[in-house]
Ligand binder design. Structure first.
Ligand code: ZN
Length: 240
């Protein structure tokens, strides 16, 4: 099986002129880690299907902020843990709940923003699911259009599996921080996937040690091409 990085077309070249402005209802705080001394606050990990409104402490997760107290961060993370899938990393800044906001214009069937957020038309998602692709969990968004013929946009909740191979990472910097779990290596130029870490039960996933990468299988690629999906980029990543 071959694996590909899924991306968007170069900025400014799309024939679709859609845009949206949206936020999620809840986030874990960012964290200044006492061990690795890095301030983390990424938004690349998100669970659009997870509803935190039943948590008494949900108010503390409403506003984005940077937590300096690791114990407090860990308590919030432990509280959320039972509500997310077992593979979730729950890195600082992780978002929960649907994207809510406004949108306008037109979007391709599959729209990748920031390299990790995958927005998909409902009918496109159903087409891909009907083809038997695995790991396609579509979540409703709260994106409101003020136009006729507005598409129904869903968001994919992409599972987190698979690693860059240590051979393509800077020596001695391949393990996550023991306290916060963050990976602090620079993006490798020659990217290589670690075969033993790759999932066999899904056709799309986000790398655990570099969540900015959406990886799809050859089966997924063949399906996109066969169905004539437009406007995505692919780069094959070698596996060792
Ligand atoms: Zn750390």
């Amino acid at each position: 099986m071959r694996f590909y990085e899924l991306g968007s077309v170069p900025y400014g070249t799309s024939r679709y002129k859609g845009e949206y402005s949206a936020e999620r209802p809840w986030h874990l705080p960012g964290l200044h880690c006492p061990t690795c001394d890095i301030s983390w606050g990424g938004i690349s990990e998100a669970y659009p299907s997870v509803d935190l409104s039943g948590l008494p402490e949900a108010k503390q997760l409403k506003t984005a902020r940077l937590e300096e107290d690791y114990g407090r961060f860990e308590r919030l993370r432990a509280m959320v843990r039972p509500l997310v899938p077992a593979w979730a990393r729950l890195t600082p800044g992780t978002g929960f709940g649907p994207l809510v906001g406004s949108a306008r214009g037109t979007f391709p069937q599959l729209y990748i923003l920031y390299s990790w957020r995958v927005i998909i038309h409902r009918d496109a998602l159903e087409q891909l699911q009907a083809e038997g692709l695995r790991g396609l969990k579509g979540c409703r968004t709260g994106l409101r259009f003020r136009q006729r013929n507005a598409p129904e946009l869903m968001e994919l909740e992409v599972e987190s599996h698979g690693l860059f191979h240590p051979d393509c990472l800077p020596p001695g910097n391949t393990e996550p921080c023991k306290t916060c779990g963050g990976y602090s290596f620079d993006l490798p130029k020659q990217r290589l996937l670690d075969k033993a870490s790759l999932p066999e039960h899904v056709d799309v996933f986000q790398l655990r040690n570099c969540p900015g990468f959406i990886i799809i299988t050859e089966r997924f690629v063949d399906t996109l091409r066969r169905l004539g999906f437009e406007e995505f980029s692919l780069q094959e990543l070698p596996v060792r």
